[in-house]
Design a protein around this ligand. Structure first.
Ligand SMILES: [Zn+2]
Length: 351
């Protein structure tokens, strides 16, 4: 049983790019992998780490049998240093127990899910300078048999400026046989000085087929649209408990453009108000608006702006019912003004 790169989306491509570097003996000091959340950076990073740490493999494929490969199943290999974002005063060691447990079960763990695991919801996470100092002392430990070590920054866009500066010194004079892996949703989130030390790989959004393969079932068209090529999103949307909220979101969006059936709109709003993490759901609604074939550019822009604004305000925990109703009425008026005969134009199926 080996971990095949191919079991992950794009795995064959990343494997061949890695193989080129290995064959040319041009392994970088640091990788910066950039792409939206949920497109497979983490599972590929875990596979690559296992490949490097495996004691029996050929540097391209891990054997899947040795002690190192076994330790990677629980992400507990002593030569792997994980740096997830932290918060709420949780010490790194304590957080890492949770992180290894969750990530080894689900390599598509999302930042929001991690926030829930770590802090039970609300809170701000970052990779701070303290974690980098711990890394620095870890790097001074002796390595038996000149084995490889891997340092994995998960959600590296959350590195604080101070942490990134401290890190620069480490990456500029890297200890030998140590690979730094930065997984980030944004390229510019890392300072240019640090970026210049990294080989950048860009991870694109997943195709409908790739999403379907990961989900093990064909998702409905609106869910695929809302997922925007990110499996972490699709996974969330496919959870049975999400179904009423997704339906309510679609009813609500439809209700913005139609006068009939105000009771359905009211019911949708009431359901939305009970949704866990409504801001996140509203933001996923943006992709439905964007993909709508019949809305004008102006209508899309207003609706998307309103959704962004609403999600922002809701994050601040103001008065959710008031905010949602206000936004609904304001947007309805504006959309109808822009196109008084719009009603009935829109197909039920689209939202
Ligand atoms: Zn192995």
């Amino acid at each position: 049983m080996g971990v095949a790169w191919e079991q992950w989306p794009g795995g064959a491509l990343w494997k061949s790019r890695w193989e080129e570097l290995v064959k040319a003996d041009r392994l970088p000091v640091a990788f910066l992998w950039v792409g939206p959340e949920g497109v497979g950076k983490t599972p590929i990073a875990i596979t690559l780490t296992q490949t490097l740490l495996c004691t029996e493999g050929d540097g391209v494929l891990p054997c899947g049998q040795c002690g190192a490969c076994a330790a990677m199943l629980t992400l507990s290999h002593p030569h792997l240093f994980l740096l997830p974002p932290l918060g709420g005063g949780k010490p790194l060691e304590e957080a890492l127990v949770l992180f290894r447990e969750r990530l080894s079960k689900d390599p598509f763990l999302s930042l929001v899910e991690w926030e829930e695991v770590l802090l039970g919801g609300k809170g701000t996470l970052s990779i701070g300078v303290e974690a980098v100092r711990k890394l620095q002392s870890w790097l001074t430990l002796a390595v038996p048999d000149r084995r490889w070590r891997v340092v994995l920054f998960w959600q590296a866009q959350l590195l604080t400026r101070q942490a990134a500066n401290a890190l620069l010194k480490v990456v500029e004079e890297p200890p030998e046989k140590t690979l730094f892996l930065f997984l980030s949703t944004r390229l510019e989130a890392l300072p240019a000085t640090l970026r210049s030390r990294c080989v950048v790989w860009r991870f694109p959004p997943l195709s409908a087929q790739q999403l379907q393969a990961l989900a093990g079932q064909p998702p409905s068209a609106p869910l695929l649209t809302m997922a925007e090529g990110r499996y972490s999103r699709l996974k969330r949307l496919l959870a049975p408990e999400q179904e009423p909220y997704v339906q309510a979101l679609r009813d609500w969006l439809r209700g913005l453009f139609r006068l009939e059936d105000p009771s359905r709109l009211r019911a949708a709003i009431e359901t939305l108000l009970t949704a866990p993490r409504l801001p996140e759901l509203l933001l996923m609604g943006i992709s439905l608006v964007r993909a709508h074939p019949e809305l004008s550019l102006a209508q899309k822009t207003w609706t998307i702006e309103a959704l962004l604004h609403l999600a922002d305000e809701l994050e601040a925990h103001l008065n959710p019912p008031l905010l949602l109703w206000e936004a609904t009425l304001r947007l309805q008026a504006r959309l109808r003004e822009s196109h008084p005969t719009l009603e009935g134009l829109l197909h039920e199926a689209v939202f």
